[in-house]
Ligand binder design. Sequence first.
Ligand SMILES: Cc1cc2nc3c(=O)[nH]c(=O)nc-3n(C[C@H](O)[C@H](O)[C@H](O)COP(=O)(O)OP(=O)(O)OC[C@H]3O[C@@H](n4cnc5c(N)ncnc54)[C@H](O)[C@@H]3O)c2cc1C
Length: 346
Amino acid sequence: MKSYDVIIAGAGPAGLRCAEILAKNNKKVLVLEKNKSIGSKVCAGGITLKCLEMGIPNKIIQRKFKKAMIHTPHQTTEIKLDKPFVATINREDLGKWMAQKAKNSGAEIITDSKVTKFYQKHIVVNEKNKIGYKHLVGADGSSSIIRKQLGIKTINFAEAFHYITPKKFNNIEIFFNPDCFGAFYAWIFPHKSFTSIGTGADLSKKIKQPVFNLKLHDIKKNFDEWCSKRFDLSKARFEASIINYDYRGHDFGNKFLIGDAGGFASGLTGEGIYFAIKSGEDIARRIIDNKYNYPNIQHILKIKKIEEKIARTLERNKTISKIEHEMMVAMARVKWLNKKMVRFVD
Ligand SMILES: Cc1cc2nc3c(=O)[nH]c(=O)nc-3n(C[C@H](O)[C@H](O)[C@H](O)COP(=O)(O)OP(=O)(O)OC[C@H]3O[C@@H](n4cnc5c(N)ncnc54)[C@H](O)[C@@H]3O)c2cc1C
């Protein structure tokens, strides 16, 4: 049986960044990806300043924006900075770039290879081939098989959905409207040749009642009606997927969870690319040095705690939620608050 120091299930941003660092540090690393190619993922491809500052090259970036339009039913505010603070990226380009970096560092990546089961010292691929490991990293996204087999529940998750339309838009736009989208928001994220227009619904099982009594199908219906009043979506493609934001640990002896598999995505904004990359970095460094104490993950968990509080406040009562959104967007008119707000979201 072939054997590796580390096997990583899933070649998303979390798994690829983890593989790159491990391979650079002379670990024998194998990344297994269930799809035939790397990078395709249901995702709006929006990234914020912290991700831009990580050094993602311009060739991966679709568009950069120095301003974003924020709307409520009663007002529109422009958040404007003197440098780009938000951008869109193509997930396939990001995947290919990250995979190349991991390969250049010495990692092996095999596609069309689904991890179907793990045992204490080996995994099973495509239900037949066995490969040995010392460390196993679950980077297999929101429906992670590694997470399930570890027996970790997923109670807090959202479903996000969007239309990909060839129509071009000039600005990043965010829409708050609790009557329509509950406590979540709708977005317009323009890329070079298409635009992602989407929203989501929190399907968290710990909320006894759906937020403002809006079930997933109500939000989808409201979203479709909202879209049909504004855009021609006859040539658009609809896509939907789960976002797991239910963090319940990342270190399980010689097994680890990163990215969406570990529930590192934001339950407030749905952002997950940055958190996937940063959690992947930390696990790699911990495997290299067992005294490493996960500074990125500790930081992410702090952010998640604050976000959880904000989310629960926004979900408490529809009227209060409306007032909170209106106040927040009104405050964004104050120029010096723009920078602070961008940094807070960051
Ligand atoms: C509609 C929507 C819009 C979004 N928009 C944004 C956004 O604008 N900005 C943002 O930051 N985040 C966004 N997200 C979230 C973001 O896509 C994820 O948080 C991010 O992709 C997580 O990265 P990951 O590496 O953990 O997992 P993934 O990107 O999901 O990668 C996991 C990989 O594992 C593979 N895999 C799965 N199971 C197996 C298996 N058993 N064996 C082998 N391989 C396997 C998958 O094929 C995949 O390639 C969005 C999500 C959705 C659903």
